[in-house]
Structures are given as structure tokens and as C-alpha cells.
Design a protein around this ligand. Structure first.
Ligand code: F6P
Length: 324
């Protein structure tokens, strides 16, 4: 593999708290290795528009505590085509960038994998998404912060739900994954979680009602993952099928993506950012940095984006048993 002298770094897809800590770690570890670092603005979309500038250690000062991403982010359809990959590669080469470090979720890392497969450019992925849906890593950057944000919101909703004896359906993000829903339900002491991983098997609403949740409690909180109609869908069903209940909906939305990253996310991002630079130094390519049992690991990007990451049955049992 040719020697690396300069790298490009970008954040792509939905932003996640802790992305800035990862940008800082990559930039500083790479400068420590005497490489040049180019910040690519607005993800793959910005790359196609040549929005690239060199980064210094000072550029990443005072950002570890900030939510969002200083490099900005975007979702790009143009990049997804073979022509988009060609254009991206030409622009990368025109800056003499030898390797890319991509911070993002499933879509962003799939793009990275396609580019690396079609052109001779080493790519390292760092999992940055609040959804926690990437295979091969116990956690993704941003997930812990988003989980804590949700729990804080649900605690507040609980106060008004209790005062009014209401059922609240609280919708959380997660795209196709129920990690945020399941674990926020456990942490906030919710009565149930409705997650996409289960939706085809059973009617989770019927199960929740059948368990007679309202017999022993006057208010209930059900956390609903955003997929398949989300909270509105279930609230409408309760209004029709169980009109005796007073139902409200709260959709938390994009507030889940903002805010200061938790200490856990800052440390995770710092470790992963440094590990991404080390992976390139060791001659690795096309791997995603992951964490498993508190050890940093490398996972082939193909696996990380393709394989399903299941929710442990134990988490489902914990909620079911403790919410009686
Ligand atoms: O992938 C992160 C995420 O926040 C998902 O949970 C959600 O479905 C999606 O992004 C929302 O995307 P946008 O910000 O484009 O509306």
C-alpha cells in the first residue's frame, strides 16, 4: 500500500452528538502522525462540490463538548451513482488525499464501501448515528446522548401523564431499529416499548392492553419506535378500540439528535477517532471501527452495513417483567 501522507475526513447522513469529538480525535491523531488532514464539508454532497479545506489542531479546539458536526452533513443522491463515485474519486485525487475517514451511519458507510470497492482508495468508517443500528459494534457515537435526552423528556411527560391519568404514546427515532425505544423504555420505567424488530410477529398493542396495564396503574407510557406509522398509528387505534382511555401523543423528533454529547460519547468518539488513524497506519482498509466488551475492534464495512443487529431478548424480558 502506498504511504499515506494526507487524509480526508467527512461526516455524512444524520448528525449525532459526539461527531465533533471524533473529528477532533481524527484530526489530532493524524497531525501527530505528521499527515495532512483535509476537512470535507457537507459529507459526500460537499465532496462532489469540492468543499474541502485543510484542518489544523486549532480548528478542532473547543469542539469536544458541542453537538452537531462542525464539518456539516448532508444526504447525497448524486454520490450514490457510478458517475458520482467517479467524480468524488477525481476530486479526492486532485487534492492528493490518500485515504478517507468517514463518520456516519449505515447509508454513509455503504457509500464509503462502494467508493473503496470501485476505486483504489482506503476507507475507514467510524459509526456515528443515534440509531445504534450498525452490526459489529456495541455502541455508535451519539446513541448514548440521544438515549439520555429521550429519558429526560419521558420523565417530564410522566409528570403530566400521572396528573391526568393518561396513556401517552411517545415516539422516538431509530429508523428501522428499536434500540432507542427499548432502552429508553427500560430507563424511564415505561410500561411498554413498541419496536420494529417485533412488529411483524405480534400485535404489540393488543399484548399491552391485554396485560391489563390500566388495572394496576392510572397512567401509562408507551415508547413507540418511529417506523410503521409510529405513535399516531397506535394512539388512533386505542381511540377507536378502547375509547374509555384518555390518550395523548408526543413525538420527540429532532431534539433527540441535538445537545452536548455525554461523557460516554465523547470518550467513545475519541477512542474511535484515534483507532481509525491507527488502522490506516497498520495498513487496514475498508473497515469500520467498533467497540465490543469495551475493546476497540475493526469490523469489515461490508459486514457492518449488511448484517442485522438484533436486540437482546434479555432487554425485552427486563422491560416486560419490570413494567407489571
Ligand atoms: O439516522 C438518524 C435519524 O435521526 C433516524 O433516527 C431518523 O429516521 C432519520 O435520521 C431522520 O432523518 P432526517 O434528519 O433526514 O429527517
Amino acid at each position: 500500500m502506498p504511504e499515506i501522507k494526507s487524509i480526508g475526513i467527512l461526516t455524512s447522513g444524520g448528525d449525532a452528538p459526539g461527531m465533533n469529538a471524533a473529528i477532533r480525535a481524527v484530526t489530532r491523531a493524524a497531525i501527530f502522525a505528521r499527515w495532512k488532514v483535509y476537512g470535507i464539508h457537507r459529507g459526500w454532497e460537499g465532496l462532489l462540490h469540492d468543499e474541502i479545506s485543510e484542518m489544523t489542531t486549532e480548528d478542532v479546539s473547543n469542539i469536544i463538548q458541542r453537538g452537531g458536526t462542525i464539518l456539516k452533513t448532508a444526504r447525497s443522491t448524486e454520490f450514490m451513482s457510478p458517475e458520482g463515485h467517479r467524480k468524488a474519486y477525481d476530486i479526492i485525487r486532485s487534492h492528493s488525499i490518500d485515504a478517507l475517514i468517514v463518520i456516519g451511519g449505515n447509508g454513509s458507510l455503504t457509500g464509503a464501501q462502494d467508493l473503496a470497492r470501485e476505486y483504489d482508495i482506503p476507507v475507514i468508517g467510524i459509526p456515528g448515528t443515534i440509531d445504534n443500528d450498525l452490526y459489529g459494534t456495541d455502541a455508535t457515537i451519539g446513541y448514548d446522548t440521544a438515549l439520555n435526552t429521550i429519558v429526560e423528556c419521558v420523565d417530564k411527560i410522566r409528570d403530566t401523564a400521572t396528573s391526568h391519568d393518561r396513556i401517552f404514546f411517545v415516539e422516538v427515532m431509530g429508523r428501522d431499529a428499536g434500540f432507542l425505544a427499548q432502552n429508553s423504555a427500560i430507563a424511564a420505567g415505561a410500561e411498554a416499548a413498541i419496536i420494529p424488530e417485533d412488529s411483524t410477529d405480534i400485535d404489540q398493542l393488543a399484548v399491552f392492553i391485554k396485560r391489563g396495564i390500566r388495572k394496576s396503574k392510572n397512567s401509562s407510557i408507551v415508547i413507540v419506535s418511529e417506523k410503521d406509522g409510529g405513535a399516531m398509528h397506535y394512539a388512533e387505534r386505542v381511540r377507536k378500540e378502547y375509547p374509555q382511555f384518555d390518550v395523548r401523543v408526543s413525538i420527540l423528533g429532532h431534539l433527540q439528535r441535538g445537545g452536548k454529547p455525554s461523557a460516554y460519547d465523547r470518550i467513545l468518539a475519541s477512542r474511535m477517532g484515534m483507532a481509525a488513524v491507527e488502522a490506516l497506519q497498520e495498513g487496514q482498509r475498508n473497515v469500520m471501527i467498533g467497540i465490543h466488551n469495551d475493546k476497540i475492534i475493526n469490523v469489515p464495512i461490508t459486514k457492518a452495513v449488511k448484517m442485522d443487529k438484533p436486540i437482546a431478548q434479555e432487554l425485552i424480558n427486563v422491560l416486560d417483567t419490570l413494567s407489571i
